[in-house]
Design a protein around this ligand. Sequence first.
Ligand code: GRF
Length: 208
Amino acid sequence: MLRVVVCVSGGGTNLQAIIDGIAQGAIFNTEIVRVVCNNPGAGALERAGKAGIESVCVSPKDYGNREQFEEALIRSVEEAKPDLIVLAGFMVKVPAALIRKYENRIINIHPSLIPAFCGTGYYGLRVHEAALSRGVKITGATVHFVDEGMDTGPIIMQKAVEVHEDDTPETLQRRVMENAEWVILPWCINLIASGQVKVENGKVTVAE
Ligand code: GRF
């Protein structure tokens, strides 16, 4: 059984896609053992509660400085003894110490086709605003392993989504979530749970 900790900050629709994927059998042999959140008001916490999943909130406001917050965050993840850590709309830079310990065992969902519209400052609606302002015809989502950079780790899977001429950042975000994020994130977890994902020289291969 793959033990998964999901880190969230917002509405939790990607968390919900994982919960539903496990419930429907689309994600093999996997259990979400804990949800870790940095935002006490996050809708994701409600989703975790409804699914009977233990959640822990580690808010920077509760700690005297960044180092103490990061120590508490690392502890809250490690206590759950995860095999895989999933960043699902998580708006906190993962401490380097955790990334080093969980090399190629932390994945993130980013709402663009990396290397487009990613890196520092590209998150949430800003990604889709940038895509619309550049006038791209195709965008999408990417699941990648997390390294010490920002959205720079080995890419596991991507899914493209058409941009419509009348799109607003909100309508585009919704289509990318529905047609790409909520599809490839559960799929990648399933592939990892099935032992099909390998990383060699910074490149991902998926065994049939
Ligand atoms: C999504 O667009 C996701 O790609 C980004 O955060 C947004 C909110 O995700 N990382 P969620 O609804 O909290 O899963």
